[in-house]
Design a protein around this ligand. Structure first.
Ligand code: PGA
Length: 307
């Protein structure tokens, strides 16, 4: 039957880029596909490498950005930071991306970087816009999509956000899709449905392969830049609800491989507790990512939680 795989044990996983590929080593034993999927789910869960992403917003010109990245790299080297256990990405302004790229490449740094916004079109008469290909050609790994500040200050609706996600994926990068309820939805007690609905609406037409390359940042709007952080339990509840919905739509393998970050007033004071939650796979950080000591400390706490 097609549900039976012979010679499929033991299962091993290998990380290639951001994707986990399975290699079934030839061995004895007969197991059903479902058994293998279940095992794969556990394996992949433990292989989600946490991501600490700094969203610099409209801060730092290219000189300041370069100086910051250099300092961060030195400080991480001083604490023997192990990049295998925690990935770091910075999101500078468009004007700083080239400088960051040159520094990262010339010094062979293991820090990744990306953009804060992207155009939905690939080229043409769109004054002021920047295409996904232009961003990808600068060596970017990530693009933030649907940040609440973009949704508020720029006319970005779900249809537009879907197109941004597609543009980023088509250019070979990973979108960091931001979702999260306002104070009003939380007051009504519908925060989980709201965040899950936002992810669902944007992702439902993606292929499984596209969905598996997604990163979701759960960022309650009331927590952004306010100093009010979600409790670890409510960050976990939201991450779990989003993961369950992704698993239902795309299958367990996608649900288990997508990294779900928490964002909103993350600092070195609350990072350890938050990263201790099983479904919180890292952070999207605004204010605290502008302070190199603070960001180094958060990276260290995140790494320590996984080793
Ligand atoms: P904050 O911002 O860490 O300053 O709250 C988070 C964000 O907007 O991504």
């Amino acid at each position: 039957s097609s549900d039976l795989i012979t010679g499929g044990a033991p299962l091993s996983t290998k990380k290639v880029g951001e994707h986990l590929l399975f290699s079934l080593t030839r061995n004895h034993g007969v197991r059903t596909l479902n058994e293998i999927r279940t095992e794969a789910g556990k394996h992949m869960a433990s292989q989600r490498i946490p991501l600490v992403a700094g969203n610099w917003k409209m801060n730092f010109d290219h000189l300041e950005a370069t100086y910051f990245v250099q300092q961060l790299a030195w400080k991480l080297r001083d604490i023997h930071f192990d990049y295998r256990h925690c990935e770091i990405a910075l999101m500078p302004s468009f004007t700083s991306l080239r400088s960051v790229q040159v520094l990262v490449e010339s010094d062979n740094l293991k820090i990744h970087y990306g953009a804060q916004a992207v155009s939905v079109t690939s080229q043409g008469a769109f004054t002021g816009d920047v295409s996904a290909d232009m961003i990808a050609h600068l060596g970017c790994s990530y693009v933030i999509v649907g940040h609440s500040e973009r949704r508020k200050y720029h006319p970005e609706d779900d249809a537009n956000i879907v197109d941004q996600v597609r543009a980023v994926l088509a250019a070979g990068m990973q979108p960091i899709l931001c979702v999260g309820e306002s104070y009003e939805e939380r007051r009504k007690g519908i925060e989980l449905d709201f965040a899950v609905g936002q992810v669902h609406d944007v992702t439902r037409d993606l292929s499984d392969e596209e969905a598996s390359r997604l990163i979701v940042a759960y960022e309650p709007i009331w927590a952004i830049g306010s100093g009010m952080v979600a409790t670890p339990q409510s960050a976990q509840d939201a991450a779990k609800a989003i993961r369950d919905d992704l698993a239902e739509t795309f299958g367990t393998h996608v649900g288990e491989s997508v990294r779900i970050l928490y964002g909103g007033s993350v600092s070195s004071k609350n990072a350890e507790e938050l990263i201790g939650e099983p479904d919180v796979d890292g952070f999207l950080i605004g204010g605290a990512a502008l302070n190199v000591d603070e960001l180094t400390r958060i990276c260290q706490l995140t790494m320590n939680a996984t080793v």
